[in-house]
Design a protein around this ligand. Structure first.
Ligand code: GLN
Length: 492
């Protein structure tokens, strides 16, 4: 089979390991395609052609020397909040616009060790705060399925890159939904592992107790291959888990017989517009037809997810972003004294959403308000986690919508609150630290656009193999993702 930008990561790795294709040829094919389409899509903040070619040559040499590499020659898009030595890591922010990473993050390094070729660094909402990529200070990213719409966020650049066939694997980070929501908006599998499964070393921290790295791919098999390469204990991250890992790529199933899938009472589909509701009703029926038994489960505290998250995440962000003070990293704006320098640097360097979160977080942590806001939010978080624990006594997986609407128009959500509500279905899983993914489950028409819809599946802690196994069975029989392709004007 001949390779093209349509090939999956699994197909590319198979061909390169069999020496039917070289990593160098594949890299050139993808770089040419990026050159042709990225002007319209805007997925990449920077394309690292020279680095990609050097890494590809090295992959060919390793394969030539007899090394089998699980992701040999697979083009990789890296979200620009992950360090890759010698390249800029901007977090989509003016404050880090010219900052070059002095080391490589563990997750990126593991994918490179497995044979991936880094094509470039992708756009994101500033410091991963947002749901549309529109909070980036450095560029606009468009949805490859409808160029006047958002790709989702915050990992919108990586999602758009994979959807536009500008990489086979995109790396995202998910704090409250930032892999799953852009996955759903861009017709991809977007997978957030259990908190602690993938090292955060070298990921610029937003909310450390929630942040988790994961893949965006065009198939469940590719997500499994990427996860297997990235996951595992890392002594450089104190929250990384030292627990046995099960290989997920060998646990992919083709039916759901014997599985109990929980449908969350509080996530009633009646709240959704008719076309979206129909897509999810159909998805639940398909799960049953594949052999699963649907069971009713309750998450009574799920409705408190957004309020809880928007105290905990800004509180942690206000502490994490204190380091950007003009002294050690990035931008420095001169002033007469050191306090003036801090003020001017942060005023010029951070965008409005980041400032809003630093203010909210600082307030929630300040004396007198700490118990009323931060401590209460932590208690609510515990209750959300308990709800999931009780629900999982009755089921093996939980299915729900990934989002409450398909990709919306650029500029359509101008107030912060409507943007915060985008993560209604994904935040509870983040608060509980659970593994969850979004898998394509259908299409809806809006105006002249045909837009993808994502189904969210969530598993108990550490059950990544069960989760990906089931998602594979669903994807394999329903084949929704392949029904439409992005229609991009290719510049030649
Ligand atoms: N949209 C959410 C936020 O703005 C989640 C972002 C994320 O997961 N990084 O915080």
């Amino acid at each position: 089979m001949s390779l093209s930008v349509e090939s999956t990561a699994a197909e590319i790795a198979r061909a390169v390991n069999a020496r039917d294709a070289s990593a160098r040829e594949i890299t050139e094919t993808f770089l040419r395609h990026v050159d042709a389409v990225d002007g319209a899509v805007g997925a990449y903040l920077r394309v690292e052609g020279e680095l990609a070619r050097a890494v590809a040559a090295n992959v060919d040499a390793r394969v030539g020397a007899g090394e089998g590499l699980p992701l040999a020659g697979v083009p990789l898009a890296v979200k620009d909040n992950m360090c890759l030595i010698g390249t800029k890591t901007t977090c989509g922010s003016r404050i880090l616009e010219n900052w070059t990473a002095p080391y490589t993050s563990t997750a990126v390094q593991r994918l490179l060790d497995a044979g991936c070729v880094p094509i470039g660094k992708t756009n994101l909402d500033e410091f991963a705060m947002g749901s549309s990529c529109e909070n980036s200070a450095l560029g606009v990213t468009r949805n490859p399925y409808a160029l006047d719409r958002v790709p989702g966020g915050s990992s919108g650049g990586s999602a758009a890159a994979v959807a536009a066939r500008e990489a086979a694997i995109g790396m995202g980070s998910d704090t409250g939904g930032s892999i799953r929501e852009p996955g759903a908006f861009c017709n991809l599998v977007g997978f957030k592992p259990t908190y602690g499964r993938v090292s955060r070393y070298g990921l610029v921290a937003f909310a450390s107790s929630l942040d988790q790295i994961g893949p965006l791919t065009r198939s469940v098999e590719d997500a499994a291959l990427a996860y297997d390469a990235m996951a595992g204990h890392d002594p450089c991250d104190s929250t990384s888990l030292d627990r046995p890992l099960e290989r997920t790529a060998t646990a992919l199933r083709d039916n759901l017989r014997g599985m109990r899938i929980g449908i969350v009472r509080e996530f009633s589909l009646d709240k959704l517009d008719a076309p979206l509701r129909a897509a999810y009703e159909r998805a639940y029926r398909d799960l049953e037809e594949l052999g699963a038994t649907l069971v009713d489960v309750a998450l009574p505290t799920a409705d408190y997810g957004i309020a809880t998250y928007y105290l905990i995440a800004p509180a942690e962000c206000s502490a994490n972003l204190a380091r950007f003070d003009g002294v050690r990293y990035g931008l420095q704006v001169a002033a007469d004294d050191v306090n003036g320098m801090y003020e001017r640097t942060r005023a010029a360097g951070f965008g409005p959403e980041v400032k809003r979160r630093v203010l909210i977080g600082t307030y929630a942590l300040s004396s007198g308000y700490y118990d009323a806001y931060y401590v209460r939010a932590q208690k609510a978080r515990t209750l959300v986690a308990r709800d999931f624990a009780s629900a999982f006594e009755r089921c093996d997986l939980i299915a729900s919508p990934a989002t409450s609407c398909p990709a919306f128009a650029l500029g359509a959500k101008s107030d912060p609150y409507s943007m915060y509500l985008m993560d209604y279905y994904t935040i509870p899983m983040s608060l509980a630290g659970l593994p969850a993914l979004s898998v394509p489950c259908g299409w809806v028409e809006e105006g002249s656009a045909t837009l993808p819809v994502g189904l969210q599946l969530c598993a108990p802690h550490f059950a990544e193999a069960v989760l990906l196994g089931a998602a594979h069975a669903y994807e394999r029989t329903t084949r929704h993702a392949g029904r439409h392709a992005p229609r991009l004007e290719v510049r030649r």
